[in-house]
Design a protein around this ligand. Sequence first.
Ligand SMILES: Cc1cc2nc3c(=O)[nH]c(=O)nc-3n(C[C@H](O)[C@H](O)[C@H](O)COP(=O)(O)O)c2cc1C
Length: 168
Amino acid sequence: MNVVTTVIKSRHSVRKFKPDSVDELAIRDAIECAALAPTARNVQPWLFGVIKEKQVLEKIAELADNGRFIADCTLCFAVFGEKKETYYLEDCCAATENLILALQAYGVSSCWVAGDKKDYAEPVRILLNVPDKYTLVSLVAAGTPAEITIAPKKVQKKIQFFETYEKE
Ligand SMILES: Cc1cc2nc3c(=O)[nH]c(=O)nc-3n(C[C@H](O)[C@H](O)[C@H](O)COP(=O)(O)O)c2cc1C
């Protein structure tokens, strides 16, 4: 264990937040970390939005049926990818995870809400006035946790192999 693995292991999806504000430095640093994610051919095909206005958060929550809790988060990130780039999805997912882990390192909890392939991807893009060349990949609701649920994980030995796979 070290400081990075401790941060990774302490992360859980949080969907209930306290009404505290989030430090501006944490927001900006998390986006910087997101934008340092690896990308195919170093294309960096992304655009990161930060939404704090309650009215806009409520509109996003209304559109994103599986992210209703966005209405009550402190802020929501919206990660968009340039859809003409072959690997925009992989690249933007790598960025989303970097963003989430960087937030966690600042004690800011979050929850990834699906964007790609969702019916609401286009309405969210239009709502946020984002150019048509981008498509929504993910939303990340964030804030100070009010409630943390620990999701069960698969047993390590069932999901790994070394050298070649062997049936049990
Ligand atoms: C691609 C992706 C899409 C997700 N979409 C949603 C979502 O729309 N709504 C939601 O509440 N959680 C969403 N999640 C969070 C997962 O439900 C969560 O990561 C999973 O239950 C495991 O819990 P943990 O993050 O606490 O380990 C998403 C996670 C990923 C990686």
